[in-house]
Design a protein around this ligand. Structure first.
Ligand SMILES: NC(=O)c1ccc[n+]([C@@H]2O[C@H](COP(=O)([O-])OP(=O)(O)OC[C@H]3O[C@@H](n4cnc5c(N)ncnc54)[C@H](OP(=O)(O)O)[C@@H]3O)[C@@H](O)[C@H]2O)c1
Length: 253
């Protein structure tokens, strides 16, 4: 199998949650591979800072402010992208979080926030990207940033509804694959499932949870996950990486 990013050069990629961690690392790599990358997040200033640092690379990073829980904002962001930069070829559904609560006496607003970002936001962004790809007859690629918690519930008590939201992402990746098959589309869908990764994600976990502290002792770098995403994107058009799981060596789960 010949791996190459050449066919994406000059094309438009959208990365949600581009203001930090894995999203920022993916933006950097896609710009280095010559893509026109649009980073979406609420903290647009952070994406602008990254964009400045990437001046002189093959591609370019554009910063757009969008809250993925706001459907209208997402629709407008996608409209701006297609009108100003061209047809969308790649979507990296990366925006995601957990919240410091639990199930037994938890906060329902926090549960809802997790589902709104990790599940509904991902579905709206996917719908908008697929609509544009089909309209322009683009055999594009959608990547869902899932988690090892989307396949097996880790023994982290304060993870509350987070694993359930990522199990939903596993199901959504497969449901999308089947839906695309049914309409004879050649758009690819890949789920990338990292274990503990060194990002700002830990700011939203319960610091008194010993299991979390233990889980984050062996850790991936955001760049490792970005490398995995680039690998999936580099495969030839007939090869679909369906699921890619990465664990740091000695992860306790
Ligand atoms: N770190 C890990 O251990 C780990 C492991 C497995 C999977 N993951 C997954 O990896 C993905 C990226 O997380 P990360 O580890 O890179 O964490 P991070 O550094 O905290 O980044 C999360 C990103 O999501 C964005 N985001 C959150 N809420 C948003 C909203 N309402 N609208 C738009 N963007 C929003 C944030 O941007 P703004 O706050 O600026 O909006 C930020 O850019 C998530 O899906 C996460 O579940 C992480």
């Amino acid at each position: 199998m010949v791996l190459s990013m050449n066919r994406w050069e000059g094309k438009v990629a959208v990365v949600t949650g581009a203001s930090s961690g894995i999203g920022a690392a993916v933006c950097r790599q896609l710009v280095e591979h010559g893509l026109k990358v649009v980073g979406l997040a609420r903290r647009k200033d952070r994406i602008e800072e990254l964009s400045e640092k990437l001046i002189g690379k093959k591609g370019k990073l554009h910063a757009l402010k969008a809250d993925v829980t706001n459907e209208q904002e997402l629709i407008e962001a996608f409209r701006w992208i297609t009108q100003n930069l061209g047809p969308i070829h790649i979507l990296i559904n990366n925006a995601g979080l957990t919240q410091p609560t639990n199930l037994t006496d938890g906060d329902a607003e926090m549960w809802k926030r997790i589902f709104d970002v990790n599940v509904i936001g991902l579905c709206v962004a996917t719908r908008e990207a697929v609509k544009d790809m089909r309209k322009n007859k683009v055999d594009g690629h959608i990547v869902h940033i899932n988690s090892i918690a989307g396949h097996k519930v880790p023994d982290i008590p304060s993870f509350n509804v987070y694993p359930a939201s990522k199990f939903a992402v596993t199901a959504l990746a497969e449901t999308l694959r089947l839906e695309l098959n049914n309409i004879k589309s050649r758009i690819k869908i890949t789920s990338v499932s990292p274990g503990a990764t060194e990002t700002e994600f830990v700011n939203n976990v319960n610091p008194s949870d010993d299991q979390i502290v233990k889980a984050f002792e062996s850790i991936l770098k955001a760049e490792d996950v970005a490398d995995a995403i680039v690998y999936a994107l580099s495969t030839p058009p007939h090869v679909q990486v369906q699921e890619l799981t990465l664990k740091p060596i000695n992860e306790p789960f």
